[in-house]
Write a protein that binds this ligand. Sequence first.
Ligand code: 6GU
Length: 240
Amino acid sequence: MRVDLLTLFPEAVRGPLEASILRRAVGKGLLEVRIWDLRSFGLGRHRITDDTPFGGGGGMVLRPEPVYEAVDAITRQGGRGRILLFTPQGRPFDQVAARRLSRREHLVLVCGHYEGFDERIRALADEEVSIGDYVLTGGELPALVVLDAVTRLVPGVIGPAAAEDSFAEGILEWPQYTRPREYRGMAVPEVLLSGDHGRIRLWRRREALRRTAERRPDLLESRELNAEDRKLLQETQRRP
Ligand code: 6GU
């Protein structure tokens, strides 16, 4: 997958790309990220990228030219890709969107900044994306969030079992334990040491459903449970 990331703060996105899974994906040749400094497309000797809003009021607004010219430069390098514009007004990002975007060959991530951007920049975007109902200072962290969620779904980046975690299926993960068997008075549930894979599977499923019902009942309301899941969920209501 090729990703072009447009930002006024290239240094804000470099660190995460040089660490962990993202770095490994780049190392394996599964991901290629190019960072474009919007300032290099700024106007005049001072490389101006922002201006005051027409109509008055405070703050500075990202001008359209640097973004359009950066996208032109990307297009000249071959293909325009799917253009995502990061804004709190965008569609809330979720695992379904991550999976859909992971099938794209080329993404262009446009990070706004300042108090906002010129409305005409929206005309460039195929999608406007938000990562949740809170306000950040810019689109850099959202772009990295989306890039991380999408990259781990690109085949070969992590094992298929890890990528297909239970959230992909719409419920929360079950509790996990490793050594030691007991730590500071907290014991690993006996069933996990039993070697009985049938019992372990049912326990994990029951605990995943219990946790989802307790913490994210909204995830269960929007889906149809099969007979086994309904039975396991009932069991969680009978005994703790
Ligand atoms: Cl995409 N941008 C900004 N500035 N704030 C946000 C956001 C995006 N998503 C949630 N908050």
